[in-house]
Design a protein around this ligand. Structure first.
Ligand SMILES: Nc1ncnc2c1ncn2[C@@H]1O[C@H](COP(=O)(O)OP(=O)(O)OP(=O)(O)O)[C@@H](O)[C@H]1O
Ligand SMILES: [Mg+2]
Length: 225
Protein backbone atom coordinates (compact mmCIF):
# COMPACT_ATOMS: atom_id res chain seq x y z
CA UNK A 1 0.00 0.00 0.00
CA UNK A 2 2.80 2.44 0.95
CA UNK A 3 6.11 2.41 -0.91
CA UNK A 4 8.61 4.80 0.62
CA UNK A 5 11.84 5.60 -1.15
CA UNK A 6 14.73 7.57 0.30
CA UNK A 7 12.47 9.52 2.64
CA UNK A 8 14.34 12.51 4.02
CA UNK A 9 13.10 15.24 6.30
CA UNK A 10 15.24 18.18 7.28
CA UNK A 11 13.80 20.78 9.62
CA UNK A 12 15.16 24.31 9.80
CA UNK A 13 16.60 24.10 6.27
CA UNK A 14 17.37 27.80 6.26
CA UNK A 15 19.29 27.69 9.54
CA UNK A 16 22.89 26.65 10.02
CA UNK A 17 21.82 23.99 12.55
CA UNK A 18 19.81 21.64 10.37
CA UNK A 19 17.80 18.84 11.98
CA UNK A 20 17.76 15.56 10.05
CA UNK A 21 14.52 14.06 11.33
CA UNK A 22 14.45 11.34 8.64
CA UNK A 23 17.77 10.29 7.19
CA UNK A 24 16.75 8.77 3.82
CA UNK A 25 15.47 5.21 4.06
CA UNK A 26 13.17 2.90 2.08
CA UNK A 27 10.17 1.12 3.55
CA UNK A 28 7.16 -0.85 2.29
CA UNK A 29 3.96 -1.20 4.23
CA UNK A 30 1.21 -3.76 3.54
CA UNK A 31 -2.51 -3.22 2.87
CA UNK A 32 -3.62 -4.36 6.27
CA UNK A 33 -2.31 -5.23 9.69
CA UNK A 34 -1.21 -3.60 12.90
CA UNK A 35 2.20 -2.00 12.57
CA UNK A 36 3.94 -0.60 15.63
CA UNK A 37 6.50 2.18 15.45
CA UNK A 38 8.77 2.42 18.47
CA UNK A 39 11.93 4.35 19.31
CA UNK A 40 13.37 7.02 21.59
CA UNK A 41 12.06 10.57 21.78
CA UNK A 42 13.22 12.56 18.76
CA UNK A 43 13.96 9.49 16.61
CA UNK A 44 11.54 10.63 13.88
CA UNK A 45 8.43 8.52 14.57
CA UNK A 46 5.89 11.34 14.35
CA UNK A 47 7.66 12.92 11.40
CA UNK A 48 7.44 9.62 9.50
CA UNK A 49 3.75 9.28 10.32
CA UNK A 50 2.97 12.87 9.34
CA UNK A 51 4.79 12.46 6.03
CA UNK A 52 2.88 9.23 5.27
CA UNK A 53 -0.43 10.86 6.13
CA UNK A 54 0.41 13.99 4.04
CA UNK A 55 0.28 16.31 7.06
CA UNK A 56 3.93 17.09 6.37
CA UNK A 57 5.89 17.10 3.14
CA UNK A 58 9.28 15.39 3.19
CA UNK A 59 12.31 17.40 2.05
CA UNK A 60 13.31 14.63 -0.35
CA UNK A 61 12.25 11.15 -1.43
CA UNK A 62 9.04 9.59 -2.67
CA UNK A 63 5.97 8.19 -0.98
CA UNK A 64 3.70 6.07 -3.15
CA UNK A 65 0.24 5.23 -1.85
CA UNK A 66 -1.45 2.57 -3.98
CA UNK A 67 0.96 3.48 -6.76
CA UNK A 68 0.23 7.21 -6.59
CA UNK A 69 2.96 9.62 -5.59
CA UNK A 70 1.40 11.53 -2.73
CA UNK A 71 4.42 13.77 -2.28
CA UNK A 72 3.43 15.45 -5.57
CA UNK A 73 -0.23 16.06 -4.82
CA UNK A 74 -1.70 19.55 -4.59
CA UNK A 75 -2.94 20.70 -1.17
CA UNK A 76 -6.56 20.19 -2.20
CA UNK A 77 -5.85 16.66 -3.45
CA UNK A 78 -4.08 15.83 -0.21
CA UNK A 79 -7.10 17.02 1.75
CA UNK A 80 -9.41 14.79 -0.29
CA UNK A 81 -7.10 11.82 0.22
CA UNK A 82 -6.98 12.41 3.98
CA UNK A 83 -10.73 12.82 4.23
CA UNK A 84 -11.55 9.72 2.18
CA UNK A 85 -8.82 7.27 3.11
CA UNK A 86 -7.10 8.25 6.35
CA UNK A 87 -8.11 8.45 10.00
CA UNK A 88 -6.18 9.98 12.90
CA UNK A 89 -5.91 9.35 16.62
CA UNK A 90 -3.54 11.36 18.81
CA UNK A 91 -2.32 11.24 22.39
CA UNK A 92 -4.86 13.91 23.27
CA UNK A 93 -8.40 13.22 22.21
CA UNK A 94 -9.20 16.69 20.70
CA UNK A 95 -12.93 16.16 21.18
CA UNK A 96 -15.23 19.19 20.95
CA UNK A 97 -15.95 20.02 24.61
CA UNK A 98 -19.54 21.23 24.21
CA UNK A 99 -20.72 18.26 22.12
CA UNK A 100 -21.85 14.86 23.33
CA UNK A 101 -19.69 11.81 22.60
CA UNK A 102 -22.19 10.79 19.93
CA UNK A 103 -22.16 14.22 18.24
CA UNK A 104 -18.38 14.25 18.32
CA UNK A 105 -18.44 11.09 16.22
CA UNK A 106 -21.25 12.00 13.81
CA UNK A 107 -19.90 15.51 13.14
CA UNK A 108 -16.80 13.93 11.58
CA UNK A 109 -18.83 11.86 9.11
CA UNK A 110 -18.38 12.76 5.47
CA UNK A 111 -21.77 11.26 4.60
CA UNK A 112 -24.67 12.56 6.60
CA UNK A 113 -27.32 9.92 6.39
CA UNK A 114 -29.73 8.43 8.82
CA UNK A 115 -27.43 5.44 9.15
CA UNK A 116 -24.56 7.66 10.31
CA UNK A 117 -26.11 8.03 13.77
CA UNK A 118 -26.79 4.30 14.00
CA UNK A 119 -23.25 3.55 12.93
CA UNK A 120 -21.76 5.99 15.45
CA UNK A 121 -23.87 4.44 18.21
CA UNK A 122 -22.81 0.97 17.16
CA UNK A 123 -19.13 1.96 17.23
CA UNK A 124 -19.38 3.66 20.64
CA UNK A 125 -21.38 0.82 22.15
CA UNK A 126 -18.97 -1.70 20.67
CA UNK A 127 -16.21 0.24 22.47
CA UNK A 128 -18.01 -0.13 25.79
CA UNK A 129 -19.86 3.20 26.09
CA UNK A 130 -23.46 2.79 27.19
CA UNK A 131 -26.58 4.72 26.19
CA UNK A 132 -26.01 7.20 29.04
CA UNK A 133 -22.36 7.82 28.25
CA UNK A 134 -22.82 8.50 24.54
CA UNK A 135 -24.97 11.52 25.36
CA UNK A 136 -22.41 12.95 27.81
CA UNK A 137 -19.90 15.66 27.03
CA UNK A 138 -16.20 14.65 27.04
CA UNK A 139 -15.58 16.31 30.43
CA UNK A 140 -18.08 13.90 32.00
CA UNK A 141 -16.35 10.80 30.59
CA UNK A 142 -13.32 8.90 31.83
CA UNK A 143 -9.98 9.21 30.02
CA UNK A 144 -10.43 5.77 28.48
CA UNK A 145 -13.97 6.57 27.32
CA UNK A 146 -12.78 9.84 25.78
CA UNK A 147 -10.02 8.11 23.84
CA UNK A 148 -12.40 5.37 22.65
CA UNK A 149 -14.74 8.15 21.47
CA UNK A 150 -11.84 9.72 19.57
CA UNK A 151 -11.17 6.33 17.94
CA UNK A 152 -14.83 5.96 16.97
CA UNK A 153 -14.63 9.42 15.40
CA UNK A 154 -11.52 8.36 13.46
CA UNK A 155 -13.31 5.21 12.25
CA UNK A 156 -16.70 6.66 11.28
CA UNK A 157 -15.66 7.06 7.63
CA UNK A 158 -14.03 3.62 7.54
CA UNK A 159 -10.55 4.85 6.66
CA UNK A 160 -8.25 2.44 4.85
CA UNK A 161 -5.36 3.67 6.99
CA UNK A 162 -5.60 4.63 10.64
CA UNK A 163 -2.69 6.68 11.99
CA UNK A 164 -2.33 6.67 15.76
CA UNK A 165 0.41 8.76 17.41
CA UNK A 166 0.78 7.54 21.00
CA UNK A 167 -2.94 6.79 21.36
CA UNK A 168 -2.48 5.11 24.74
CA UNK A 169 0.09 7.43 26.33
CA UNK A 170 -2.47 9.17 28.54
CA UNK A 171 -4.17 5.94 29.64
CA UNK A 172 -3.62 3.39 32.38
CA UNK A 173 -2.64 -0.12 31.37
CA UNK A 174 -6.12 -1.57 31.33
CA UNK A 175 -7.49 1.19 29.09
CA UNK A 176 -4.37 1.06 26.91
CA UNK A 177 -4.98 -2.64 26.25
CA UNK A 178 -8.67 -1.98 25.53
CA UNK A 179 -7.65 0.61 22.91
CA UNK A 180 -5.13 -1.81 21.39
CA UNK A 181 -7.81 -4.52 21.15
CA UNK A 182 -9.97 -2.11 19.14
CA UNK A 183 -7.09 -1.18 16.85
CA UNK A 184 -6.11 -4.83 16.39
CA UNK A 185 -9.64 -5.71 15.34
CA UNK A 186 -9.73 -2.80 12.85
CA UNK A 187 -6.36 -3.92 11.48
CA UNK A 188 -7.88 -7.20 10.27
CA UNK A 189 -9.25 -5.32 7.24
CA UNK A 190 -7.21 -2.09 7.24
CA UNK A 191 -3.75 -0.74 7.88
CA UNK A 192 -3.22 0.62 11.40
CA UNK A 193 0.00 2.39 12.31
CA UNK A 194 0.61 2.91 16.02
CA UNK A 195 3.44 4.95 17.55
CA UNK A 196 4.19 4.08 21.15
CA UNK A 197 6.85 4.15 23.83
CA UNK A 198 5.34 1.09 25.46
CA UNK A 199 6.56 -2.12 23.86
CA UNK A 200 4.17 -4.26 25.91
CA UNK A 201 1.11 -2.95 24.04
CA UNK A 202 2.62 -4.11 20.73
CA UNK A 203 2.66 -7.78 21.65
CA UNK A 204 -0.07 -8.55 19.08
CA UNK A 205 1.33 -6.30 16.35
CA UNK A 206 1.89 -7.90 12.95
CA UNK A 207 5.09 -5.95 12.56
CA UNK A 208 7.21 -3.58 14.66
CA UNK A 209 9.42 -0.88 13.16
CA UNK A 210 12.16 0.41 15.44
CA UNK A 211 13.44 3.89 14.76
CA UNK A 212 16.73 5.35 15.88
CA UNK A 213 18.04 8.80 15.04
CA UNK A 214 15.98 9.33 11.89
CA UNK A 215 16.48 5.85 10.55
CA UNK A 216 14.98 2.40 10.85
CA UNK A 217 17.16 0.24 13.04
CA UNK A 218 15.18 -2.99 12.91
CA UNK A 219 11.90 -4.28 11.58
CA UNK A 220 10.22 -7.41 12.84
CA UNK A 221 7.33 -9.12 11.12
CA UNK A 222 5.36 -8.28 7.97
CA UNK A 223 6.88 -5.05 6.59
CA UNK A 224 10.17 -4.71 4.71
CA UNK A 225 12.92 -2.11 4.50
N1 LIG B 1 8.52 21.42 13.57
C1 LIG B 1 9.79 21.10 13.83
N2 LIG B 1 10.79 21.99 13.64
C2 LIG B 1 12.08 21.66 13.88
N3 LIG B 1 12.48 20.45 14.30
C3 LIG B 1 11.52 19.51 14.53
C4 LIG B 1 10.14 19.79 14.31
N4 LIG B 1 9.43 18.67 14.59
C5 LIG B 1 10.32 17.74 14.97
N5 LIG B 1 11.59 18.24 14.94
C6 LIG B 1 12.83 17.51 15.26
O1 LIG B 1 12.89 16.36 14.42
C7 LIG B 1 13.36 15.22 15.14
C8 LIG B 1 12.30 14.12 15.09
O2 LIG B 1 11.14 14.56 15.76
P1 LIG B 1 9.81 13.68 15.90
O3 LIG B 1 8.77 14.55 16.49
O4 LIG B 1 9.51 13.04 14.59
O5 LIG B 1 10.30 12.56 16.94
P2 LIG B 1 9.47 11.44 17.72
O6 LIG B 1 10.20 10.16 17.51
O7 LIG B 1 8.05 11.50 17.34
O8 LIG B 1 9.68 11.89 19.25
P3 LIG B 1 8.65 11.77 20.50
O9 LIG B 1 8.71 10.34 20.95
O10 LIG B 1 9.26 12.69 21.52
O11 LIG B 1 7.30 12.19 20.06
C9 LIG B 1 13.68 15.72 16.55
O12 LIG B 1 15.06 16.02 16.60
C10 LIG B 1 12.84 16.97 16.67
O13 LIG B 1 13.44 17.89 17.55
MG1 LIG C 1 6.28 11.99 18.37
Amino acid sequence: MFEIKNITMIYDMEKTEKVYALGGFDLSLPDKGLIGIIGPSGSGKSTLMYCLSTLKKPTDGKILYNGKEITRLKDSEREVLRRNEFGFVFQRHFLVPYMSALDNVTVAATKHEKETIDKAKELLKGFGLGEREISKRPSKLSGGQRQRTAIARAMINEPKVLFADEPTAALDHENAFAVMEILKEYAKENLVLVITHDRSILKDADSVIEMWDGDISTIKGGGSV
